[in-house]
Design a protein around this ligand. Structure first.
Ligand code: C5P
Length: 253
């Protein structure tokens, strides 16, 4: 059997060459990092949960006409995705003040925002992904004005979809990050949602108790990350058959 070619290895995922041109296989690792890699751990089963949850969110988005790179899940840790040219920007949508925005602007965590706020961060580990303005994005050629308009429109549609889905299971979508990628279709090119959408890239708070069910559990040492992600998966009706050889969440469809 031929060894498949690794295209890229990130902190939490690996991309391999896909079975057909224009496709990639996205592998979800158990590695968990925070603070640009300063804090690092292997959390057994996390990759399985994120693979399954990202599949759920991306499939839902595809079904309502929000284009994503997701094609289909292959197995417990891998999914087939469209190859895209990643735009070097992280798009953050915030419904409630938290995290870096609370710190930067001195707004108490948990303060509801009057409208969703969109921020752009330049994807660059050496610079710790700095926040940037639309002026920077255009001046430095990371994306065009049209791209920015498209990214905002995609981000707001993802926000509406994800907020509703979470609300239905008693979870508040506080904020999240998405990435977009460029695909070429004949003479046209467009942006689609890429990377992953999972509790690694969202803030999810239980509506009743305020309990955190996202990566802040790891960032802030609040308990078991697997338990938190399993709870999200359970409420959404998706539980991996098993996340590891040993114990862990069982069952689904
Ligand atoms: O840290 P900050 O408050 O800016 O994060 C906003 C949202 O973006 C959070 O949901 C966080 O999980 C996500 N994020 C991410 N990857 C990053 C930075 C932030 O998924 N590199």
């Amino acid at each position: 059997m031929a060894r498949r070619r690794m295209v890229y290895e990130g902190k939490a995922k690996i991309l391999y060459e896909g079975p057909e041109p224009g496709t990639l296989i996205q592998f979800f690792k158990d590695d968990t990092t925070a603070g640009n890699g300063e804090k690092h751990a292997q959390i057994e089963g996390k990759g399985v949960l994120n693979n399954r949850l990202s599949e759920l969110f991306m499939t839902g988005l595809n079904n309502i006409g929000v284009p994503t790179h997701f094609i289909r899940r292959i197995n417990m840790r891998e999914q087939l995705v469209r190859a895209v040219e990643i735009v070097p920007l992280e798009i953050v949508v915030r419904n409630v003040a938290a995290g870096s925005m609370s710190k930067r602007l001195g707004i108490e965590e948990g303060t509801a925002l009057p409208r969703p706020i969109i921020e752009f961060y330049y994807k660059n580990d050496d610079l710790n992904d700095p926040i940037v303005s639309e002026e920077h994005i255009i001046a430095f050629g990371w994306a065009t004005q049209q791209d920015i308009d498209d990214m905002i429109s995609l981000a707001l549609r993802v926000n509406d979809f994800m907020s509703g889905m979470m609300m239905a299971v008693g979870i508040k979508l506080v904020d999240f990050k998405i990435e977009t990628g460029r695909v070429y279709e004949g003479d046209f090119q467009r942006l689609i949602v890429a990377d992953e959408i999972s509790p690694d890239s969202c803030r999810l708070w239980d509506i009743e108790t305020g309990q955190k069910l996202d990566k802040d559990v790891f960032r802030r040492d609040l308990g078991s990350l697997t338990d938190a992600y399993t709870e999200v998966a359970r409420r959404l009706g998706v539980m991996p058959r098993n996340t590891s050889s040993g114990s862990g969440p069982k069952l689904v469809h």
